[in-house]
Design a protein around this ligand. Structure first.
Ligand code: SIN
Ligand code: FE2
Length: 221
């Protein structure tokens, strides 16, 4: 049974109930949702990065992206001079992308469920690493075969300002601050909304150091 009053003298931090903020008709921010998963998630991340290290990719327009990328799962999102696409192989190693750790899948499914998207089966997890100054320009996620599945986006490390726009590039954007452990989910009628990450500010995160790491779970095919 839970005590009726908080235990002020417990030797641990009081656990905050998770909060859920609605940012669109079918879009949510789950604050701190990842925190209970973190110690199982980070070894999975290390294993993926050992097989597929972060690298900077070039856009079709010839610009080097400021965020460094890796992927796991059946399909990895890549970009080069010839376009954006999903590939089965890591272009750097020529081997298949590392498998998605089971705990990644479970986290993504639990978060999607919490936002009203039961039965989410991601086959791709893009991993973005932002050093201070790195950003992600305004874009839509539209390289996936079907728009039926939501986007599940996990934030770790340094905070970020997420811009959540509309269906046209010029639509006004909401500014949403994202912190270590937050998850953003958008899908359904909101699936094609524009979004961006403003340049990451300098700082040191206690657990992850001077960086922000984002996982984007998607159903590519
Ligand atoms: C993205 O949309 O590709 C990245 C979003 C994020 O880093 O939070
Ligand atoms: Fe995106």
């Amino acid at each position: 049974m839970r005590p009726a009053t908080p235990d002020l003298f417990a030797d641990h931090e009081p656990v905050q109930p998770p909060t859920r903020e609605q940012i669109g008709e079918q879009s949510w921010v789950l604050r701190g949702f990842v925190l209970p998963w973190l110690e199982r998630l980070l070894p999975g991340l290390d294993a993926v990065l050992a097989a597929a290290p972060f690298r900077q990719m070039v856009t079709p327009g010839g610009f080097t992206m400021s965020a460094a990328l890796s992927s796991c799962g059946t399909w990895g999102w890549t970009t080069d001079r010839s376009g954006y696409r999903y590939t089965r192989q890591d272009p750097l190693s020529g081997k298949l992308w590392p498998p998605m750790p089971e705990v990644f899948l479970q986290l993504a499914q639990a978060a999607a469920q919490e936002a009203g998207f039961a039965g989410f089966v991601p086959d791709s997890c893009l991993i973005n690493r932002y050093a201070p100054g790195a950003k992600m320009s305004l874009h839509q996620d539209k390289n996936e075969t079907s728009m039926a599945a939501p986007i599940v986006s996990v934030s770790l490390g340094l905070p970020a300002v997420f811009l959540f726009g509309g269906f046209e590039r010029s639509d006004k954007c909401q500014r949403v601050s994202l912190f270590h452990g937050d998850v953003v989910i958008w899908g359904g009628v909101d699936r094609l909304r524009y979004h961006a990450i403003l340049p990451i500010q300098h700082g040191q995160h206690l657990r992850l150091g001077e960086q922000r790491i984002n996982f984007t779970f998607r159903t590519a095919r």
